[in-house]
Design a protein around this ligand. Sequence first.
Ligand code: AMP
Length: 372
Amino acid sequence: MPGQTMGIIGGGQLGQMMALDAKQTGMKVIVLDPTPACPAGQCADKQIVAPYADRAAIEELAEKSDVLTYEFENVDLAALEAVSDRVAIPQGTKLLAITKHRLREKDFLHRAGCQTAPYQAVSDAASLKAAVATIGYPAVLKTCQGGYDGHGQLVLKAAADLEKAAPILATGDAILEGWVNFKLECSVMVARNPEGEITTFPVAENIHHNEILHETIVPARISPATAKKADQAARRIAATLNLRGILGVEFFVDAAGEVYVNELAPRPHNSGHYTIEACNFSQFAIHNRAVWNWPLPKISLLSPVVMVNVLGQHVASLRAQIGQHPTWHVHDYGKAEVRENRKMGHVTILTADLEATLKDVAASQIWHTEEA
Ligand code: AMP
């Protein structure tokens, strides 16, 4: 309830946008993050400056909070479990144990009745060879834990690529996935509260550059039948998990309109940032409502929308052009250090004409390095 305190583990942009919504609703917010004045810390009542896995810091956060949430999946599970008698952690820890590990995640998705790329567990050179014999080329070798945005992945096109696999195999468990010849990638944000109410956001189409999200387009340019398959898969996943909070489901869509779940993100997701301006409720508001056990509304899209990510290399040219784009919603996360490929902000553009807006974005040249 307003006046009570939400603790957030992780103080990046996702935590910041959760905190901004929580503040609007009258909650107090405490953030745990090692970087002083991190993005979420700038919007919170208090920041505990300490590493994410610092036991004493997590205990302090638990003591001072009425409800605890997190903005990323690599939370120290044992530390969370250790404080679960002192603070409500509606999302629990079971979901994290699944989504932290690609093999467990894929096995879960099959239990939930979802299609994925064919896959096989791999632990060494011999099991990799055996997996390739079943799955064939091209295939993608991925670390089971700790990988993100294409890190910890190797595309295998032919037997000659097998010798490049050693660094990934050295990290421990890995998974070999068959290549999905996808036409486009999309995602659905789904939320469920402890009462069991489920709500989903419209399907978003995602364009990646260098394996980092570049643009999100909503509505996705897919048929209503494909959109329905993605929405239903997301609802099934949320129900099977007994989800509490929000979850991002990423899909591949092939030329026949079939959807394959690629991965799950147990938190707000970059591809859901468009919801702040383009939906009746944002993904952050819905996440907060779900963890507070408030009722969940049906989501409606107020306008077609394009969201473009602003990485370190785009910041200067975006700032130079703000005066030319009166309808662009410019978000800047307030990160002190600008680095290449670091997510610094995003731009949301509500539009009646998606194709014209995509052309305007390209013509601005702000993102030209990626388009080259
Ligand atoms: P991930 O970290 O699993 O999201 O993978 C990063 C990117 O690699 C995805 O967005 C895809 O573009 C590509 N990718 C990953 N796995 C596959 C697959 N099985 N088939 C085709 N492309 C893939």
